[in-house]
Design a protein around this ligand. Structure first.
Ligand code: SF4
Ligand code: SF4
Length: 387
């Protein structure tokens, strides 16, 4: 297909299509040249086959792709890949669906992409998730053998997610653990699959732009983007949410919402004391946001603390309102300790510190007094601009 025909088929202008490809390239830190290559790759009629299996999941990962716009991602993803099997989207059902999947796997053996959403139950031989009378663990192991790479989509597939929360009755585990033989279920073809390239795209649900960017990278260059030690794409999970959060100046200045709906919450102050896990969660949510509706449309932007859905050991594990571990700098010394539990007042150490700062001000501590004055000024400017 000619490049010129693609925007027409997607119902957008050529300019919008190129803008979209440039945006995806920029998300991954690639050049404008890569955007042009991506546009041509989408025009290539030889689309890679994709087999999409679902374990213990809520269908949110499929829904997140279907609910995006500008252009509609489902149109683009259905046009640039050949989605040969997806339980939610496939037209055939039952035996017909199984036959279609096996035919596609046979025809594209060694070349197709395997996407898995949902966790893998491993208790009692894996019986808690079965499709066509076989466990999902068997299906995933079988499909992984012929895949060029495996994408674990969403937190459940990437690290266990909600089904793995304590007490984890089904012993839900990640796709990576199954494929690498790190569960009680040992796939019969473990030797053939244990070295398969795996890319984890956690999130509940994962941002569709991250999934699409990985797919576009694969379609264009035939490789996966650079990964971190958790096998997550670095372009999406390389920075803490806290580093890019628009409320960060309030954190640094010691201005926190203490209760939902209080003055600080209404003024857009930092949500740390409401349990925000941004300081210990790696994701690009503040940079690319959600829903394609524009400025500030992401959880913290609309006043909900981040609960760390992308981070193993944080999302669905740590109590929602518990304080996060701060991996970067805490507010400067003139402010109370951020880890001070709500309602207990300042600790003896913090009180002593504040006393010392007060003494420094009275005694002519010029730098400390300037800092406090600047913080107050910023606070009153902020409240004026929001009023
Ligand atoms: Fe933003 Fe949360 Fe960090 Fe506050 S604690 S700056 S709301 S990420
Ligand atoms: Fe997940 Fe936090 Fe991003 Fe919300 S803001 S989607 S909880 S990582």
């Amino acid at each position: 297909m000619e490049l010129e025909q693609i925007p027409h088929r997607l119902g957008i202008t050529r300019r919008e299509f190129m803008k979209f490809c440039t945006g995806v390239a920029a998300t991954m830190g690639l050049s404008g040249g890569a955007a042009i290559k991506m546009a041509h790759a989408v025009a290539n009629p030889r689309r890679p086959a994709v087999i999409w299996l679902s374990g213990q999941q809520c269908t949110g990962c499929t829904e997140t792709l279907l609910r995006s716009h500008h252009p509609t991602l489902e149109t683009l993803i259905l046009d640039m890949i050949s989605l040969d099997y997806n339980e939610t989207l496939s037209t055939p059902a039952g035996n017909l669906a199984e036959e279609a999947r096996h035919a596609s796997m046979k025809e594209n053996w060694g070349k197709y992409l395997l996407i898995v959403d949902g966790s893998i139950p491993t208790a009692d031989g894996g019986v808690y998730c079965k499709i066509a009378n076989r466990t999902i663990a068997e299906h995933v192991a079988e499909a992984a053998e012929g895949a060029v790479a495996v994408i674990a989509m969403g937190s459940c597939a990437a690290w266990g997610g909600i089904p793995s929360s304590d007490p984890n009755p089904t012993q839900a585990r990640s796709v990576q653990e199954l494929i690498q033989g790190k569960t009680s279920l040992q796939p019969a073809n473990l030797a053939a699959i244990s070295g398969k390239p795996i890319i984890n795209i956690p999130g509940c649900p994962p941002n569709p732009h991250n999934v699409l960017s990985v797919a576009l990278h694969f379609v264009t260059f035939g490789t996966l983007p650079e990964l971190d030690e958790e096998n997550r794409p670095k372009f999406a999970y390389g920075r803490l949410i806290h580093e890019n959060c628009e409320r960060r100046p309030h954190f640094d200045a010691g201005r926190f919402a203490i209760e939902f709906g209080d003055e600080g919450h209404r003024k857009g102050w930092c949500l740390y004391k409401l349990g925000c896990k941004g300081p210990m969660t790696y994701a690009n949510c503040p940079a690319i946001e959600f829903g394609d509706v524009g400025g500030g449309a992401w959880p913290i932007g609309v006043g909900a603390p981040c609960f760390g859905c992308t981070e193993k050991g944080v999302g669905f594990t740590r109590p929602i309102h518990s304080l996060a571990d701060v991996k970067t700098h805490a507010p400067a010394n003139p402010f109370p300790d951020v880890n001070q539990p709500v309602g207990e007042g300042a600790s003896a150490g913090a009180a002593a510190l504040l006393g010392a700062v007060g003494g420094a001000i009275i005694g002519g501590g010029v730098m400390a007094s300037r800092k406090l004055a600047q913080a107050d000024e910023a606070g009153s400017e902020d409240s004026q601009s929001k009023e």
